[in-house]
Design a binder for this molecule. Structure first.
Ligand code: ADP
Length: 483
């Protein structure tokens, strides 16, 4: 367990239900860089999930009855506390997740930005008055909080995947229960402590830790008090939760896997494209659902781009996230390493060349060498599956139509990126890509100000921006007649 003079006071080892830290810490949370114990959390199951949902249900009406400004004030205080405790939160995150400390701090800023944005937005969740079809009547449309929201979140963004869901939910007047990934529950619990300190009433925000995700997920998808299930994670589990939600006709918001194409056209600014590819591909060691998964480069600039990319990737520094200057931490677990190895082996067996890296790093454990492979084609596993690791596979293409076809040839539709200067091409390609988000001349698209989400099997629903509230409100139409 983290100890010594630098032990963060936000390191909490119990789940948070109905305003109290509860449960016996029994499940190890380990540092993926070293295997060291970072902390332990309780192994709660269905019974405690029910208790959390019922606490959230009891807390719902009083929370919804507060004025928007009161909810806003509490959220704003939570934002201030998250920022004030950024260093501690980031350290906890790096220890349990592995990402470099600078990236962890960046994630805390990003996570906090949703709390700030929806603290502001709380006061603007307004309805409509519409022209009436009758002279003696008026039409009003209310946007009311839907009720209890149950969320299940992944390990790659231990803070932001929670706040992106709960901030709009709480702003709207909903209450919230989350089951964080068991690789990274400590960041969630630290956020809960700050939520309590900010004045979120008991039961409004709950964190249930437990290894039996299936049992907790069954409660979330079947308990009659839950109105919305919001999930970020694999497409497989997303589909399962959607099926489970069908019997109670619960609303589901799903942020699932991606298979992002990153296209570099002949007219691109190559240095900018390399910079964009670096941040899109290697951020969080390639473990984000919007990471470039397939890099398509037009023939005229192919060799120049590859050379510049290899140079840039060669400068990445692999090591423990807490070490100064490190840009690449470990992958989250050994099965992640095995998947990356499988993708590299499959590509090389079908004719691709490894230009850099390609194997486990000398540091051992979950470390993998930042890798670039060229000569990649559509028949290889890297073209079809999300790699979720630090491998940049380069495909060569000739025409715009050809590459748009390749880009859309996937069941996923989360993020896509392309670099071009020709304005006609920019609009043609942007409109032709079957994706929920398109970064044009940028490898980084995430911001609380924009709607994040996918199409096709990458899910539905949007998080962030004014639209992020839509998931959590019910539309009610009033016909006021007899006037
Ligand atoms: P990842 O590859 O990111 O681990 P998962 O979809 O398996 O993707 O995990 C995302 C979240 O879903 C985690 O919090 C995990 O515990 C949870 N989860 C996994 N299986 C289930 C399940 N059967 N029901 C509910 N939640 C689940």
């Amino acid at each position: 367990i983290m100890d010594g003079p630098s032990t963060p006071s936000l390191l909490l080892l119990q789940a948070y239900i109905d305003g109290a830290f509860v449960g016996e810490p029994t499940v190890d949370v380990t540092d993926p860089a070293t295997g060291e114990l970072v902390g332990r959390v309780p192994d709660l199951g269905a019974a405690e999930a029910v208790r959390a949902v019922e606490a959230a249900h009891r807390a719902f009406k009083p929370w919804a009855a507060r004025t928007a400004k009161e909810r806003s004030t509490v959220l704003r205080r939570w934002f201030d506390l998250i920022i004030a405790n950024k260093d501690e939160l980031a350290l906890i995150m790096t220890r349990e997740q592995g990402k470099p400390l600078a990236e962890a701090k960046g994630e805390i800023d990003y996570a906090a930005s949703f709390v700030e944005f929806y603290a502001e937005e709380a006061k603007r969740i307004s309805g409509d008055t519409l022209p009436s079809h009758r002279a003696d009547a008026r039409i009003m449309v209310l946007r009311q909080p839907a009720g209890v929201v149950a969320a299940i979140t992944p390990w790659n963004f231990p803070a932001a995947m929670i706040t992106r869901k709960c901030a709009p939910a709480l702003a709207a007047g909903c209450t919230f229960v989350v089951k964080p990934a068991m690789e990274t529950p400590l960041t969630a619990l630290a956020l809960a402590r700050l939520a309590a300190e900010a004045g979120l009433p008991d039961g409004v925000f709950n964190v249930v830790t437990g290894e039996d995700a299936q049992a907790i997920g069954e409660v979330f998808t079947s308990h009659p008090a839950v109105r919305i299930v919001s999930f970020t994670g694999s497409t497989e589990i997303g589909k399962l939760l959607m099926r489970q939600c069908a019997s109670g006709v619960k609303r589901v918001a799903l942020e699932l896997g991606g298979n992002a194409p990153f296209i570099v056209f002949d007219d691109a600014d190559l240095d900018a494209a390399v910079e964009g590819a670096m941040v899109s591909k290697y951020r969080n060691m390639g473990q984000t659902c919007v990471c470039a998964n397939r890099i398509y480069v037009q023939s005229g600039v192919h060799d120049a781009f590859v050379e510049k990319l290899v140079t840039a990737v060669g400068l990445l520094k692999v090591g423990r996230g807490t070490e100064e200057g490190v840009t690449q931490g470990p992958l989250i677990a050994m099965d992640a390493i095995e998947k990356v190895e499988r993708h590299v082996a499959d590509a090389t067996s079908k004719g691709a060349q490894v230009l850099l890296g390609g194997k486990r790093h000398a540091l051992g454990g979950g470390f993998f060498e930042p890798t670039v492979i060229s000569g990649v084609t559509q028949d290889m596993a890297v073209a079809r599956e999300e790699t979720f690791g630090p491998v940049a596979p380069i495909f060569r293409f000739d025409t715009e139509d050809e590459v748009v076809g390749y880009a859309n040839d996937t069941e996923f539709g989360l993020a896509a990126y392309f670099y071009a200067r020709d304005v006609g091409r920019i609009f043609r390609v942007a409109e032709a890509l079957e994706y929920g988000m398109v970064g044009i001349n940028s490898g980084l698209i995430s911001t609380e100000l924009a709607p994040f989400g996918g199409v096709k099997e990458s899910g539905h629903g949007r998080e962030g921006s004014q639209r992020g509230v839509d998931e959590f409100v019910d539309i009610k139409y009033l016909l006021v007649a007899g006037l």
